[in-house]
Design a protein. Structure first.
Length: 233
């Protein structure tokens, strides 16, 4: 039986083993970052919606019971969505073939806008330009960027109006989310974790794109992103 014990390991073998270890660590770090970003986006939007509507239900329970019931319905639906997505993520971690990830992409922006509108931020979506098939990573990134931007509006400017614009340009997708800043500061939910804009920018730059966010001259806030179809060349 052969053994390397007591023998000098060739330098090339040491180098290869080190490269394999470094690549394994890089893959683990990348996957941890992806999972952390996904979990943040799922929980951030869901609980911003729940917190806002819980406040509404508490405020109007005695004087406007029908409005309180509607708020509770929104809380129920948002809770189910969060649980479905977390279950899907846990299923992927367990390598459960039956735990398919819920479809999230540009095609679901209308439903996302409906949920956000029901939660208290009137939201519209406009898609322009000739649509085309997109890589799954870009399709999901657009959804998550819009979702997190709207979560920020729910937290910081509930009662405002928001608009989402997605433009199919020649070389990539232009995405913008704006709110008018006319929310009610007395109904603010939480200040958030501070990772929202960072996570959105990481999604964009990870696909070779870019993202900027800031206040608008007339009030309100804007998030703008550009995602190239083919990434950096």
């Amino acid at each position: 039986m052969s053994s390397l014990q007591g023998q000098q390991v060739p330098p090339k073998l040491i180098l290869v083993e080190q490269l394999v270890d470094d690549e394994a660590r890089r893959i683990v770090r990348t996957e941890r970052l992806r999972l952390a970003r996904e979990l943040h986006d799922i929980v951030s939007y869901g609980f911003a919606t729940i917190a806002l509507q819980a406040g509404v239900a508490t405020h109007v329970a005695e004087t406007k019971p029908e409005q309180a019931v509607e708020a509770l319905r929104v809380i129920r639906d948002a809770s189910r969505d969060v649980l479905d997505e977390i279950r899907a993520m846990l299923g992927q971690l367990r390598e459960d073939d039956d735990a398919a990830e819920p479809a999230r992409g540009i095609g679901r922006l209308g439903a996302l806008a409906d949920t956000t509108s029901s939660a208290g931020v009137r939201t519209t979506v406009c898609l322009t330009g000739p649509s085309r098939p997109l890589p799954i990573a870009i399709d999901l990134a657009v959804y998550r960027i819009v979702q997190e931007a709207l979560a920020n509006v729910l937290r910081h400017s509930p009662g405002a109006a928001a608009s989402v614009a997605v433009v199919y340009e020649k070389h990539g997708l232009s995405v913008s989310i704006e709110d008018d800043g006319n929310g009610d500061p007395d109904t603010l939910t939480t200040q958030g974790s501070g990772y929202g804009i960072v996570g959105m920018r990481e999604r964009a730059t990870g696909l070779g794109g870019e993202l900027e966010a800031g206040t608008l001259p007339g009030g309100g806030f804007c998030v703008q992103a550009f995602l190239p179809y083919r990434g950096r060349q």
